[in-house]
Design a protein around this ligand. Structure first.
Ligand code: NAD
Length: 496
C-alpha cells in the first residue's frame, strides 16, 4: 500500500489540505510507494507564521543551549544513520553504501555547527578613541528557507539547516517532491534532540510552495540547490523581493588526465566519479579530457572496468550502480547515447545493452569517445551514467576547454607533475578543484560552491560562508566616560 507523506509544522506531522499531491516511486521497481502532499499558499503562510514565532524565542536562546541541541542531534543522526540511508535508497535508488556516505557528509556539517559559540564570535577594539570601544556581533536573520534537489535528500538539507539553526534562525525546508520521506526523519530527530517546535519545518511541495516562500515577507533568506535554470530564476525572484539568496546550480565537471598520469588511478577515479550514484551527483565527472597521447590507453582502461559494474537495486549489497530517479529522466539520459553517436562520437560502451533489471528505471554505464565540444552530449548537463571523453593535444587546450564552459562547479586534474597541478589550480575558473582527487567536495569547515552558471549569488554553501550567510553583522561603537570624571566618587584612582 502506498503511504501518505505529510508536512512537519510546529513539531508534528500535518496532513496536506491543498488537495494536490505527487506520486513517489521506488526507482528500483518502478512502483509507486507513496503520495506526497503539495503545499499551497495558505499552508505556506500558516507554517511560516509558526516558524516566525519560534524564531523569536530561538534567537534569544543561549549559545550553550544551541550547541547542546546540535550535539544531541549529532548523536541521534549518528545512531540512526543506517535507517536514514535505507529511506534514501528506497526513494532515490542510490546504493546503500552511497546513501550512508551521503549521511556521513551531512553529519560533518552538524559537527561543524556544534562549534557555534566559537563560530559567531565577534571582535572587539578597545579605546578606538578616548573612552570609545568598537565591537562586532553576528545575529540571526529570522526565518530562512531551504529548497533542495532530489539527488541528496539528506546531505543538502544538512548543508543548510545545521548552520542556519545553530545561528539562531528558524529553518523551513522544501525538499524535492521526488524523495521527500528523509526530510521527515530529520524533523523527528531534531525534535528528539530538544529543538523547540517550529524551529525546523518541512513544507512538502513543488513550484507553488516555492513561489509562495519566495514572495513571503517573513522569509529573510533563501538557500537553493538544484538545476541552473531554476537556480537563476530563484535568485532573480528572491533578490528582487529583498531576500538574501545563495542559489547553487547544475554542473558539467571535467577531469583532465595529463600524459604522465597513472592510468589505472585515473581510470578508477573516472569510473567511480562518473558512474557513482548513476551519475546523479552535482560533483560527478561527466567529461574526461585526455591530453596528448594518453587517450587510447585511458579509454581502454575505463572501458575494461565497466562490465564489472553491477547494475541493480540500491538495497542489494551486490549492486554497484542503482537506477535513475524517474522513467522520464532515464529515457532522457538514454537519448544522449544516440545523439552522441549522431554528432560523431564513438560509442565505446552502450549502457542500454548488457544485463539490466527488467523493471525499474535502470540504465547501464555508457562511455563515449572523441566527443566534440559543440555536441549536445558535451554541452548539456546529462545527469546520468554517460561519460564523455574529449581529446586535446595540450594542457593549455584542456584548460581553455574548461574555462570556456558555462558551468564551473568542480574539476580535477590527474598528473604526477606538481608544477602542472599548481598551474591548473591557479588558472582554472572553477569553484572546487581536485588534484588527483576526482570529487573534491570540501570538508565542512571550508565552504562549497561553484562559479559562473553553477552559483548565483556571492555566498558559497556551509562552512564559514554558511555562518556568514545565516547571520547579519552589527558593529557597536560605545562611549563610556572615564569613571574618574564621574560625579559620583567610585573610588577610582585619578590617573592610570
Ligand atoms: P531541480 O532544479 O529540478 O529541483 C530543485 C528544487 O527546486 C526541488 O525542490 C524542486 O521541487 C524545485 N523546483 C523544481 N522546479 C521548480 C520551479 N519551476 N520553480 C520553483 N521550484 C522548482 O533539480 P533536481 O532535478 O531536483 O536536482 C538535480 C539538479 O540539481 C542538477 O542540475 C544538479 O547538478 C543540481 N545540483 C547541484 C548541486 C550543487 O551543489 N551545485 C548539488 C546537488 C544538485
Amino acid at each position: 500500500m502506498s503511504k501518505q507523506i505529510h508536512h512537519w509544522v510546529a513539531g508534528r506531522l500535518v496532513e496536506g489540505t491543498s488537495g494536490r499531491s505527487s506520486a513517489v516511486y521506488d526507482p528500483a521497481t518502478g512502483e509507486k510507494t507513496g503520495s506526497v502532499a503539495l503545499a499551497d499558499q495558505r499552508e505556506v503562510d500558516e507554517a511560516v507564521s509558526t516558524a516566525r514565532a519560534a524564531a523569536q524565542d530561538w534567537a534569544r536562546s543561549s549559545l550553550s543551549q544551541r550547541a547542546a541541541v546540535m550535539f544531541n542531534f549529532r548523536e541521534i543522526l549518528h545512531a540512526r544513520q543506517d535507517e536514514l540511508a535505507m529511506v534514501i535508497t528506497a526513494e532515490h535508488g542510490k546504493v546503500l553504501s552511497d546513501a550512508a556516505g551521503e549521511v556521513a557528509r551531512g553529519l560533518e556539517n552538524v559537527e561543524f555547527a556544534t562549534g557555534v559559540p566559537h563560530l559567531v564570535k565577534g571582535s572587539y577594539s578597545e579605546q578606538v578613541s578616548t573612552g570609545v570601544d568598537t565591537y562586532s556581533l553576528r545575529q540571526p536573520l529570522g526565518v530562512v528557507a531551504g529548497i533542495t534537489p532530489f539527488n541528496f535528500p539528506v546531505m543538502v538539507p544538512l548543508w543548510m539547516c545545521a548552520n542556519a539553526i545553530a545561528c539562531g534562525n528558524a529553518f523551513v525546508l522544501k525538499p524535492s517532491e521526488k524523495d521527500p520521506s528523509a526530510s521527515l526523519l530529520l524533523a523527528e530527530m531534531w525534535k528528539e534532540a530538544g529543538l523547540p517546535d517550529g524551529v525546523f519545518t518541512v513544507l512538502q511541495g513543488d513550484k507553488v510552495a516555492v513561489d509562495a516562500l519566495l514572495a513571503h515577507d517573513d522569509i529573510a533568506a533563501v538557500s537553493f540547490v538544484g538545476s541552473t535554470p531554476i537556480a537563476k530564476s530563484i535568485y532573480e525572484t528572491a533578490t528582487a523581493a529583498g531576500k538574501r539568496v545563495q542559489a547553487l546550480g547544475g554542473a558539467k565537471n571535467h577531469m583532465v588526465v595529463l600524459p604522465d598520469a597513472d592510468v589505472d588511478l585515473a581510470a578508477d577515479a573516472a569510473v567511480s566519479a562518473g558512474y557513482g550514484a548513476a551519475g546523479e551527483r552535482c560533483m560527478a565527472i561527466s567529461v574526461v579530457v585526455a591530453v596528448g597521447g594518453i587517450g587510447d590507453r585511458l579509454v581502454d582502461a575505463i572501458a575494461s572496468r565497466l562490465p564489472k559494474l553491477r547494475v541493480g537495486p540500491g538495497s542489494s549489497p551486490d549492486t554497484d550502480m542503482g537506477p535513475l530517479i524517474t522513467a522520464e529522466h532515464r529515457d532522457r539520459v538514454a537519448g544522449y547515447i544516440d545523439r552522441g553517436s549522431e554528432s560523431g562520437a564513438t560509442v565505446v560502451v552502450d549502457g542500454r545493452h548488457g544485463e539490466l533489471p527488467t523493471s525499474g528505471f535502470f540504465l547501464g554505464a555508457t562511455l563515449l569517445d572523441h566527443v566534440e565540444a559543440d555536441a549536445s552530449v558535451y554541452a548539456d548537463e546529462i545527469f546520468g551514467p554517460v561519460l564523455s571523453v574529449v581529446r586535446r593535444d595540450t594542457f593549455g587546450e584542456a584548460l581553455e576547454l574548461i574555462n570556456s564552459n558555462p558551468y564551473a562547479n568542480g574539476t580535477a586534474i590527474f598528473t604526477r607533475d606538481g608544477g602542472a597541478a599548481r598551474r591548473f589550480q591557479n588558472e582554472v575558473e572553477v569553484g572546487m578543484v581536485g588534484i588527483n582527487v576526482a570529487i573534491p567536495v570540501p570538508v565542512a569547515y571550508y565552504s562549497f560552491g561553484g562559479w559562473k552558471a553553477s552559483l548565483f549569488g556571492d555566498s558559497h554553501m556551509y562552512g564559514p560562508e554558511g555562518i556568514n550567510f545565516y547571520t547579519r553583522g552589527k558593529v557597536v561603537t560605545s562611549r563610556w566616560p572615564d569613571p574618574a570624571t564621574s560625579v559620583v566618587d567610585l573610588g577610582f584612582p585619578q590617573t592610570r
